[in-house]
Design a protein around this ligand. Structure first.
Ligand code: CUA
Length: 164
């Protein structure tokens, strides 16, 4: 009878790896929690769907650019295109201290959008709108580039946000 109650044998090495795995999981869960709640790191998510065939001719992306919502609060619509390769618009100026909500979409193929020295970095997919928010506390030039290879003119896809 007592034989059936005997503990399962786990090899000492295996036991070590089980403990290491548990510690790693706790470290990762803590890192994600700190990143999300304390550091404000956001996961880009598709905020809405658009039709890539008509996105350049109707809706907010047909007239992309900066829109003022309130003092120091803006939304910025950017359309990425591969014929020719560029962002519309590719030069934007905002006052220092501004909070900008980025909405970026593609009219054709997959692009990327990385605003250097910030946490704004996402894929730009046809049919979906990528959005993130950033507050520009420091004046200066913030270059942005396409981070997904999108064709022979990929290297021409860049722009700059000037904060003054
Ligand atoms: Cu667009 Cu690379």
């Amino acid at each position: 009878m007592s034989e059936t109650k005997e503990k399962m044998h786990v090899d000492p090495y295996e036991k070590t790896y089980i403990y290491i795995s548990i510690v790693i999981l706790i470290v990762f869960a803590t890192a994600v929690t700190i990143a999300g709640f304390a550091l404000g790191i956001q996961v880009p998510s598709p905020s809405q769907r658009v039709d890539p065939n008509t996105v350049a001719s109707e809706g907010p992306f047909s007239d992309p650019g900066l829109r003022e919502l309130a003092p120091d609060k803006y939304e910025l619509y950017i359309r990425a295109e591969a014929s020719p390769w560029r962002f519309y618009p590719d030069e934007v100026t905002v006052p220092v201290g501004s909070t900008v909500i980025f909405y970026v979409t593609s009219a054709d193929v997959q692009h990327g959008f990385n605003l250097q020295n910030t946490n704004i970095n996402f894929m730009v997919l046809p049919g979906q709108v990528s959005t993130l928010t950033y507050t520009f506390e420091e004046a200066g030039e913030y270059p942005f580039i396409c981070t997904e290879y999108c064709g022979v003119g990929h290297q021409n896809m860049y722009g700059v946000i000037t904060v003054e």
